[in-house]
Ligand binder design. Structure first.
Ligand code: PLP
Length: 463
């Protein structure tokens, strides 16, 4: 180690306390920091030869970069679907780095058991039985990627081959059918060698983003396929009828993957849980954790009932890693080999706050979204683009012009709101109409924040 590193090992408690103090100050200031900032490029410095030491590096970060960072973990950042980090989740994240485990194999530590326990807790949270297994990945995109990789293997075997073993060359094109697929489904199809054109849109129910089951049945007539069902679309948080979709398998076999990135959390509220009826009949499921569980980036889980297909795709056999055995190591289940103990923040969040803690955050977000929806409907300045089904509100100025002029006004509104710094919303195109999206998914968002959002909307409405 360098002399500087040796010195820092000696003064470790002081230095780590300094870093912790900086993190704590950030967390406490979060509600009053600008929700988002206009990005400004920071002039680069050359790589240090000697290094500044941790204390000076921290000061440099605070001075040059921190001012340009968004309070995306704070209560009025309502863009995309963005969670923050609860205290327990953050502590788990710090400890994941301090312990620096690689839960790839079970040769040297019981860290993989912690990941398995956390997966079992999450399965129970979403009503999935013991036949389900899973693993941690970086986000819903990777979770969808894994689910579609399993679907690809299943489908290639239906057609007499094995994509994992022989590739796709001797097979007819594999189809992915979906009503309103998230953009990450196209990305996963590209990464999996299926091609973006494998994703075929199936008509939706009138006025809905949910797939029309009869139209899906008709599309399936052409042969087996991978079906991507949605449990929570990003604009109108619509849910496919999972039971009706699963029932179609009596006519034609297909792989049923459910993208429940944030919609899975509807399972925590008795009045919304029926939206997920049939979820346990899927073959693979995607759930994001850095959204509504409020663990820091990056974390998601992929679930499946077909671990045999998962090892067929992701096995990484080498003499020093041992056999697959009864309980395959994670190295044989995930796209990565080495990876961090990504389960630890979620494990801490669930052990510290339990089902009720997770449900409280979901309930609060849904109530705030519904209150915003009522406020919009109660006035004449804005109008809803879709009913508020869960935690996302899609709305637009009542007098928005059509076409490019409407789009330009929405962009101007997003920019004005961002530059004022109080709230951050993202633009969207829904059903051919440009509009704004407010997604409630942060554990710290309170009714007072909703009032501040309404105040901001009133101020920019003339734009
Ligand atoms: C957010 C989201 C994704 C992608 O998630 P990442 O965590 O950004 O990879 C996929 N599907 C749905 C429905 C989502 O909401």
């Amino acid at each position: 180690m360098s002399p500087l590193q040796a010195q820092e090992l000696h003064t470790l408690p002081t230095l780590m306390n300094q870093a912790a103090q900086a993190a704590i100050a950030t967390l406490q200031a979060l509600p009053e920091r600008p929700a988002a900032v206009r990005p400004q490029s920071v002039p680069r410095q050359p790589l240090a030869a000697q290094g500044l030491g941790l204390a000076a590096a921290l000061a440099d970060f605070e001075q040059r970069y921190a001012p340009g960072f968004a309070a995306s973990a704070g209560p009025r950042y309502l863009g995309f679907v963005t969670g923050g980090a609860t205290p327990a989740a953050l502590a788990g994240d710090w400890l994941a780095s301090a312990w620096d485990q690689n839960p790839t194999s079970g040769l040297d530590s019981s860290a993989p058991d912690l990941e398995r326990e956390c997966i079992a807790w999450l399965a129970a949270l979403f009503g999935l039985g013991p036949e389900w297994s899973g693993s941690f990945v970086t986000g819903a995109t990777m979770s969808n990627f894994v689910g579609l990789a399993l679907g690809r293997e299943w489908l290639s075997r239906e057609l007499g081959g094995s994509a994992a073993q022989q590739g796709l060359c001797d097979l007819p094109p594999l189809r992915i059918l979906s009503g309103a697929p998230h953009s990450s489904i196209h990305k996963a199809a590209a990464m999996l060698g299926l091609g973006r054109s494998a994703v075929q849109a199936v008509p939706q129910l009138p006025g809905r983003e949910a797939v029309n089951p009869a139209a899906l049945a008709a599309a399936l007539q052409a042969g087996p396929a991978i079906v991507v069902a949605n449990a929570g679309t990003v604009n109108s948080v619509d849910f496919d009828d999972l039971q009706a979709l699963a029932a179609l398998r009596t006519q034609q076999p297909f792989w049923l993957h459910v993208d429940a990135a944030f919609g899975a959390f509807a399972a925590l509220l008795p009045e919304h849980a029926p939206k997920l009826a049939g979820l346990n009949q899927a073959d693979s499921i995607c759930v994001d954790l850095h959204k509504w569980l409020n663990v820091p980036y990056d974390a998601a889980v992929q679930f499946t009932r077909r671990q045999d297909l998962q090892t067929a795709v992701f096995q990484n056999q080498a003499a020093y890693l041992g056999d697959l055995g009864e309980q395959p190591d994670f190295v044989h289940l995930t796209p990565e080999n080495s990876r961090r103990l990504r389960a630890l923040p979620a494990w801490f969040a669930l052990q510290a706050y339990g089902r009720e803690g997770a449900a409280a955050v979901v309930r609060q977000c849904v109530e705030l979204a519904q209150a915003l929806g009522r406020w919009i409907e109660g006035g004449s300045t804005w109008r809803l683009l879709a009913p508020v089904r869960l935690n996302v509100v899609c709305f637009t100025p009542a007098d928005l012009p059509a076409g490019a002029a409407g789009r330009a006004r929405i962009e101007a509104l997003v920019t004005a709101l961002r530059d004022r710094g109080e709230v951050f919303l993202t633009p969207t195109l829904f059903n051919g109409h440009w509009g704004l999206r407010a997604a409630f998914s942060n554990w710290r968002t309170q009714p007072a924040d909703l009032l501040r959002l309404q105040d901001e909307l009133a101020r920019v409405s003339a734009i």
